[in-house]
Write a protein that binds this ligand. Structure first.
Ligand code: FAD
Length: 412
């Protein structure tokens, strides 16, 4: 069995692995990426947040993405019973990026890996990690290519960015159930012949459908639009037939989607996913760090996945460089705490969306401009700005404000 030595092995070539590997390479360490699939490959997660632009910039991947002409996104629009709450990222509390992109992920992720290879970072596609043995912080990883050939990689450190593959949590039994209930999605890319060109496409539209159910509408620059229903499994159980029949029936249940997507062609047969919320009790250990979806993935409602993936990838990469250059790293303080700060802030908003308290605020009859700016920064991914009361007190502020709005509505 052949063997190779590197400083850092990165498992997975999604956005988290790409950002981590690029930053480690930029600092002169020998890094290798191992990716189970052949790219381009389909993955869901198409609406980015402005905060991820900073991570892409630090990884020197931003220019390559800019050159692709993806659909620019400058806000998020929430729709419920004919009411609209529109957030424009140029009108937010935190200083930062005011726009980002909406991307077919197959193309976006391929752009990142092409750019990594152009920089001289080796990416081994169609090769999966099957086993890891740690000896202190050093490790020997067994990998297997699509033809069943096995080899090993000796590394001084491992970044596990394997997304839903969850390589290290699965190998070392670190997985924990999430505190969010299992939800389901049915989604497709549509040929968007009825696009509302005056209101879009520079927005994600989220339609609040019925309690516990919502719909994403994400237009791309290629004329297609991603549409997905998300919610409690009981909602989906009401529909029968093939995925296409069920999806077409769902589209008819909502006036907004019926007007726009009834009878349109689909780019692929609608796909389903279920029960994506999962976490681990430990995001680091001797010789490894977990990034992106391997840490904790909550829910797609606020498009936080790629932002948390790229930011945790960048944070981890800088700490790995620090450690391998001989400095000490406090992983709990420098990695776990900031990562959980981001995850927990979004968790409060996800829970507030599903229990209706956040929707009270979004669709309040008299919205407060200052509050809207502060919430807008959270929706732009600036969930580490503790000067923002809607970040700092995320666990209380939504409930308190919704309570006030309900009292005011009751009094009027
Ligand atoms: P991934 O992008 O999943 O990349 C991980 C890579 O690791 C994969 O390419 C995989 O093949 C590889 N891998 C797995 N196992 C192995 C192995 N054994 N060996 C080697 N390689 C391996 N996020 C957003 O930002 N915006 C959205 O609008 C959004 N919508 C979503 C909708 C739904 C329904 C769901 C479920 C998620 C959504 N997300 C969204 C979340 C988004 O999909 C993820 O957060 C994001 O892709 C995480 O990036 P990553 O780099 O951590 O992992």
């Amino acid at each position: 069995m052949s063997s190779e030595k590197v400083d850092v092995l990165v498992i997975g070539a999604g956005p988290s692995g790409a950002v981590a590997a690029s930053i480690i390479h930029k600092h002169g360490l020998k890094v290798k990426v191992v990716e189970k699939l052949k790219f381009p490959r389909f993955v869901i997660g198409e609406s980015l947040l402005p905060r991820c632009m900073e991570a892409l910039e630090e990884a020197e991947l931003l220019e390559a993405v800019k050159a692709k002409g993806f659909q620019q996104k400058s806000g998020a629009k929430f729709v419920k019973d004919g009411k609209i709450c529109d957030f424009n990222f140029s009108n937010q509390f935190t200083q930062g990026w005011t726009w980002t992109w909406q991307v077919p992920r197959a193309d976006f992720d391929k752009t990142l890996t092409d750019e990594m290879e152009r920089k001289g970072i080796p990416v081994l596609f169609e090769t999966g990690v099957t086993d890891i043995k740690f000896n202190g912080s050093d490790s020997i990883t067994t990998i297997e290519d699509k033809d069943g050939n096995k080899s090993t990689i000796e590394a001084r450190f491992i970044v596990d960015a394997s997304g839903y593959g969850r390589v290290i949590p699965k190998l070392f039994n670190l997985d924990q159930p999430s505190n969010l209930p299992a939800r389901r999605t049915l989604f497709a890319h549509t040929v968007d012949v009825n696009r509302f060109v005056d209101e879009e496409p520079n927005r994600i539209t989220i339609v609040s459908h019925e309690p516990g159910v919502w719909i994403w509408i994400i237009p791309f620059s290629n004329g297609n639009t991603s549409v997905g229903f998300v919610g409690d499994t009981q909602f989906f159980d009401r529909f029968t037939g093939t995925p296409e029949e069920r999806f077409r029936a769902m589209i008819k249940t909502q006036p907004h989607t019926q007007r726009r997507f009834d009878g349109v062609d689909f780019v692929f047969e609608p796909r389903t996913l279920e029960g994506w919320s999962v976490t681990t009790n430990k995001f680091y250990g001797d010789g490894f760090v977990l990034t992106g979806n391997v840490t904790e993935f909550l829910d797609p409602i606020f498009s936080s996945g790629v932002t948390l993936a790229t930011v945790s990838g960048a944070t981890a990469a800088n700490l790995v460089v620090k450690k391998l250059k001989g400095q000490s790293v406090d992983w709990e303080k420098e990695f776990m705490e900031p990562t959980m700060q981001g995850v927990n802030t979004f968790r409060s908003y996800v829970m507030g969306w599903y229990d209706g308290t956040l929707q009270d605020i979004f669709f309040a009859p008299k919205p407060d401009d200052e509050i809207k700016k502060q919430i807008c920064s959270v929706l732009a991914g600036y969930v580490w700005d503790l000067n923002n009361p809607f970040v700092k007190k995320h666990d209380r502020v939504i409930k308190n404000l919704s309570h006030l709005i309900r009292l005011e509505e009751g009094a009027s």
